[in-house]
Design a protein around this ligand. Structure first.
Ligand SMILES: Cc1cc2nc3c(=O)[nH]c(=O)nc-3n(C[C@H](O)[C@H](O)[C@H](O)COP(=O)(O)OP(=O)(O)OC[C@H]3O[C@@H](n4cnc5c(N)ncnc54)[C@H](O)[C@@H]3O)c2cc1C
Length: 307
């Protein structure tokens, strides 16, 4: 047991009392919980299974002064090779319920967006078609205001249930969330999403399916979905497209170790196999420097860094 792990032992016992022995993992490799498939071990990896457990886990970490990070499906995340010296609160592993009331669909934070989209289609509910190829969780999607092909979470979200930093559980309407391009109050104020209610519309399942099939086809044609990545590495800079700038800078295929700028879509950094987090960082930094040198635009990562 490392020094930081033994320092965590009293907290680990407290967390086991909250979520059960089987839901507290030690030295858990984060490469298994991120779509990039890179990242070293987290000291503690905790899986709460309901709202009360999420709140109690957060409170225990905060009272012990131990850093904690709320994990969704790890599809927008680059964890360092050294891992994370704190507690991963794996909301997406335990909160996966869905309820439907007329055209309203309430998904717990861990529900996979693609599954939510699929379920809505099967129920003849329109509005989540845009989400059919986004491999994130509902919680992560609210955090990022995830979107694609002209649609985004803000268009269909009605409300979210959150744990606030003071430990209270509140329901916030979409207008209170300040959703913008890849930003939200969830992110700026450290709210933890427990569930989200989407206000959808009755639609023809065949039309909904056709739209989803079309979006998936467009994704498969343009994106390197066969390789691990975290989707678009950079945010869209004002007045430009990140992928075009990277391509014009001659960086397609630029490689460090096992990480490279995709040859299929320059906006994606991919893991060609065996990449380390340091490799991915090196590619990202080189791309930022080179694009800035050539075009005077500093690309801002969309991917979030941990550890
Ligand atoms: C192949 C591929 C394609 C993609 N395409 C798109 C796309 O078209 N559009 C798009 O927007 N994104 C896309 N992404 C990126 C990613 O899927 C989204 O940003 C998604 O919303 C991230 O959700 P997550 O659950 O994986 O979050 P994570 O990566 O686990 O976490 C991201 C951030 O969200 C926070 N978070 C997660 N859950 C919660 C919660 N319950 N409460 C509070 N905060 C939380 C985390 O703390 C972290 O800061 C793509 C990714 C891949 C790999």
């Amino acid at each position: 047991m490392s020094e930081s792990e033994s320092a965590r032992e009293p907290l680990a016992w407290r967390l086991r009392a909250i979520v059960g022995e089987q839901n507290v993992l030690e030295s858990e490799p984060m490469s298994e919980h991120t779509t990039f498939r890179v990242g070293g071990p987290a000291d503690l990896y905790v899986i709460p299974e309901d709202a009360g457990e999420v709140r109690d886990v957060l409170r225990a970490c905060d009272e012990d002064g131990v850093e904690r990070f709320v994990l969704g499906r790890g599809s927008d995340l680059l964890v360092s090779d050294e891992g994370y010296r704190g507690v991963i609160v794996a909301v997406a592993d335990g909160l996966v319920g869905v309820t439907v009331d007329g055209a309203e669909m309430t998904c717990e934070a861990g529900v996979d967006l693609r599954e939510a989209s699929e379920m809505a289609c099967e129920l003849g509910l329109s509005g989540l078609e845009f989400a059919c190829g986004i491999p994130g969780s509902v919680g992560g999607a609210c955090f990022m205001n995830a979107g694609a092909y002209g649609g985004c979470v803000a268009d269909v979200l009605k409300s979210v249930r959150v744990v606030s930093p003071d430990g209270s559980i509140d329901t916030l309407g979409v207008d209170e969330l300040e959703l913008g391009y890849r930003r939200s109050r969830v992110a700026s104020e450290g709210l933890v999403v427990l569930s989200a209610t989407f206000a959808l519309e009755k639609g023809d399942p065949e039309k909904i399916r056709a739209t989803m099939d079309d979006l998936m086809r467009r994704r498969e044609e343009k994106q390197p979905l066969e390789l691990p990545s975290a989707g678009s590495t950079f945010k869209r800079p004002e007045g430009h497209f990140a992928g075009k700038l990277i391509m014009d800078a001659g960086l397609m295929g630029y490689q460090v170790g096992g990480a490279a700028v995709s040859r299929k879509h320059a906006g994606f950094v991919v893991n060609l196999g065996g990449a380390t987090s340091a490799d991915v960082h090196a590619v990202i930094e080189h791309v930022q420097d080179e694009v800035e040198r050539q075009f005077g635009v500093r690309l801002e990562p969309e991917v979030r860094f941990l550890g």
